[in-house]
Design a protein around this ligand. Structure first.
Ligand SMILES: [Zn+2]
Ligand SMILES: [Zn+2]
Length: 410
């Protein structure tokens, strides 16, 4: 019994350790990290583990929530002190004691976490414009599904000053409004009659103070131009023109919540690829919704006499075989529908077909010229056949009356 409980305890230990990962370690910081370092680490990590960038990744999701928790604790000076002295248990007791206060906001609301403090911004808050990008994806990726990375140049909050514009956090009282944030403006409505209007100070933007030493990286502008990479998950069968939204990844500013970055997926013009997998017939399939279209060329002999085989390489390299037995005729312009060889149905569920169809149109090419011996050979075949079926070209010239049960010509 004793052995059993010891074993059970041993099994539990790693679990306990997992729940209580050190907050500093989690953010990659030392114990004496200052507020700015904490914010910076959190900003970077929360972006890395954001669910938008890690779809269907449960462990990234978990990490994201843990990072948020660490950030909440370490950026509240009182709670941080408790954590430093009493660890996770201390913080837990503190929170259960009804002292939750500003802690525990929604880990997904990144903006209010950075700039809003208590999360009181709500829906009514100012929001930046959405950014739109167009991404060209080859048809093959729409067929097989694919992971891509793309880069976007956007306005980003300066990392060095965390969007304050200040090198050291020191601020001067604004000289124009004397720290009020507001100035009175007089408008003359008529001679001797003034209207007084209170307006936001344009020097400090209503903050009442100006930055003493401007941040060297952003020059006090609080934002910089930065290139950021995004993961693009192209799902099997996604329609052309589909929009993929990256929440709050548009241009950033400390003054508003970033809008979304919206990627439009378009189909890339097909081209002969360099790699083997890019050199399939499928590269040149045309897509319409869930169906694919292809034009196959047959020679006159093939169309008429049959006895041929074609191996079409599909977008993922698998082979679709087209063939006719000897004697099977293909009329020019015939469209053969091969079900199950079209595009995958996007987010397919249930019993319906998982793929659309591939529609092959047959084009028959008649040779431009024949050498004289061929003309002779063919003529004799026609003549022989005419005699056999009793067609007299002179009597039946124009439009011959069809004979029941037979063709008028070969
Ligand atoms: Zn001012
Ligand atoms: Zn800066």
């Amino acid at each position: 019994m004793l052995l059993f409980s010891t074993l059970a305890l041993l099994c539990l230990l790693p679990l306990l350790a997992l729940c209580a990962e050190d907050y500093y370690k989690l953010l990659g910081l030392s114990k004496d990290a200052d507020d700015r370092q904490i914010k910076k680490a959190y900003r970077n990590l929360s972006k890395k583990y954001h669910p938008d960038k890690n779809p269907n990744d449960e462990s990234a999701h978990q990490k994201f929530v843990e990072i948020a928790e660490a950030y909440d604790v370490l950026t509240d000076p009182d709670v941080r002190k408790i954590y430093d002295q009493h660890g996770h248990e201390g913080v837990k007791q503190h929170q259960q004691g009804g002292q939750r206060g500003g802690g525990g906001h929604d880990p997904f609301d990144l903006f209010s976490r950075f700039f809003g403090g208590g999360g009181h911004f709500g829906r009514g808050q100012r929001r930046g414009q959405n950014m739109e990008v167009r991404i060209n994806v080859p048809l093959r990726d729409f067929y097989t599904g694919a992971e891509h990375e793309f880069k976007v140049s956007k306005q980003a909050i300066c990392d060095d000053c965390e969007g304050s514009g200040s090198e050291d956090g020191q601020r001067d009282t604004c000289h124009k409004c004397n720290g009020q944030g507001m100035v009175i403006q007089k408008h003359m409505l008529a001679p001797g009659i003034f209207q007084q209007m209170q307006m936001q100070c344009d020097v400090c933007g209503g903050r009442g103070s100006t930055v003493k030493h401007k941040c060297k990286k952003c020059g006090g502008h609080r934002v910089v131009r930065a290139e950021e990479s995004f993961e693009l998950h192209v799902e099997k069968g996604m329609p052309q023109g589909v929009r993929v939204t990256y929440e709050n990844e548009g241009d950033e500013s400390p003054d508003w919540e970033a809008g979304d970055l919206v990627a439009h997926l378009e189909e890339k013009e097909p081209e002969i690829g360099k790699e083997d997998k890019e050199r399939t017939d499928g590269t040149f399939f045309r897509r319409k919704d869930q169906n694919l279209f292809w034009r196959e060329v047959l020679s006159l002999r093939e169309a008429w006499m049959g006895g041929w085989t074609r191996n079409l390489t599909h977008l993922d390299g698998h082979v679709v075989q087209l063939s006719r037995e000897r004697g099977q005729v293909v009329q020019p312009g015939t469209v053969e529908m091969i079900s199950g060889e079209g595009m995958p149905i996007w987010r397919h569920e249930g019993d319906g077909p998982a793929y659309g169809s591939l529609n092959v149109e047959y084009v028959v090419v008649i040779p431009d010229a024949m050498d004289s011996s061929m003309v002779k050979d063919f003529s004799s075949v026609w003549d022989k056949h005419r005699k056999k079926s009793g067609i007299d070209l002179f009597a039946d010239s124009g439009r011959p009356t069809p004979k029941p049960g037979g063709h008028d010509e070969l």
